[in-house]
Design a protein around this ligand. Structure first.
Ligand SMILES: Nc1nc2c(ncn2[C@@H]2O[C@H](COP(=O)(O)OP(=O)(O)OP(=O)(O)O)[C@@H](O)[C@H]2O)c(=O)[nH]1
Ligand SMILES: [Mg+2]
Length: 296
């Protein structure tokens, strides 16, 4: 496999071929698969690309880039996130971060809280609903201290639903519009996950009837296609509202984002690119595709 990002490899491929050919389209399909597209999606995308090139009379290899960018941007724009997820909360909002072990849930809770604090001058409340490990509670408390934010926590082994309950109560008492909940990262069986989250759902729905409630899945970009498999399990178990992709600084691949949109209709809301609080940005499909393809 050639080294470099998808953009580097695409540039190399298009530089080798002057004219469009079946061979070039085949190589492009392989390249998309290397960039973490599913085989079926890569094939479908290239078929759509061929058709559009033909329609527009594009014969030059270089012209393919712009058309591919259009196609991929359209794919992502087909699944826009609920707008209010990304705006200043105008009523009590509860965000629960879910995901398997080590993907970056706790760090992302802190980054999100910091982002909302900075952008909207609000003071989110952190809910330490990962009661599975004592270290998890300490970890989020440290973030709370650094950010000057309240962390609602119980003892290790406690009921995560009860933590969320108290965090909502604290938010209501202090007129804070946002609760961000960390959850345990153990690999749930589907039925255990459903049970735990149903309980939290009931609590949120009864304590914050007028509020908004979002379940966001945290995925580690370096896990490639495995991230899609995780999303399938969580989405079928608890119907997710969106995805946050972490460790994008350590992965040159991004194809899984297109699969999330195509096969699960799930939008990516944020990209995280490091371990600092500021290493989070709202996901912008157009900018992401340009960077992925290598269009300046
Ligand atoms: N490079 C990089 N590292 C990250 C990013 N997000 C999180 N990390 C690191 O990934 C590791 C795991 O992060 P955590 O936030 O503890 O992950 P978690 O999902 O809460 O883990 P568990 O609670 O054990 O399931 C830590 O070392 C983080 O600093 C990111 O965007 N980029
Ligand atoms: Mg954690």
């Amino acid at each position: 496999m050639a080294s470099g990002t998808f953009a580097d490899k695409l540039k190399r491929l298009l530089g080798l071929e002057g004219r469009l050919s079946d061979e070039l389209f085949d190589d492009l399909t392989d390249l998309l698969v290397e960039g973490d597209f599913g085989a079926a999606e890569a094939y479908k995308t290239v078929e759509a690309l061929k058709a559009r090139c033909k329609k527009q009379g594009t014969g030059e290899a270089e012209g393919v880039k712009t058309i591919l960018a259009q196609l991929l941007t359209e794919q992502l724009q087909k699944v826009p996130p609920a707008q209010d997820i990304l705006q200043k909360p105008d009523r009590l909002t509860i965000m629960l971060l879910l995901g398997v072990n080590g993907v970056g849930k706790t760090t992302t809770c802190a980054k999100l809280a910091s982002q909302y604090q900075r952008l909207y001058q609000i003071r989110p409340i952190l809910a330490a609903a990962d009661t599975f490990r004592a270290a998890a509670i300490d970890q989020i408390k440290i973030h709370g201290e650094r950010l000057g934010l309240r962390v609602v926590a119980h003892k290790q082994g406690g009921d995560p639903g009860a933590v969320v309950f108290d965090a909502i109560e604290a938010a209501q008492a202090s007129a804070s519009p946002l609760v961000i909940g960390d959850t345990a990262g153990r690999m749930h069986t589907k039925s255990a996950l459903v049970e735990e989250l149903k309980k939290i759902d009931r609590i949120v729905l009864s304590k914050a009837q007028d509020g908004r409630y979002y379940k966001l899945l945290v995925l580690d970009a370096t896990t490639g296609r495995n991230a899609l498999a995780q999303a399938e399990v969580f989405h079928s178990a608890v119907k997710l509202d969106g995805v946050i992709l972490t460790k994008y600084d350590s992965s040159a691949k991004g194809g899984v984002i297109f699969s999330l949109a195509e096969s699960l209709s799930l939008p990516v809301l944020y990209l995280c690119t490091g371990e600092q609080y500021n290493d989070i940005r709202q996901f912008d499909p157009e900018a992401f595709v340009k960077e992925f393809i290598g269009i300046s």
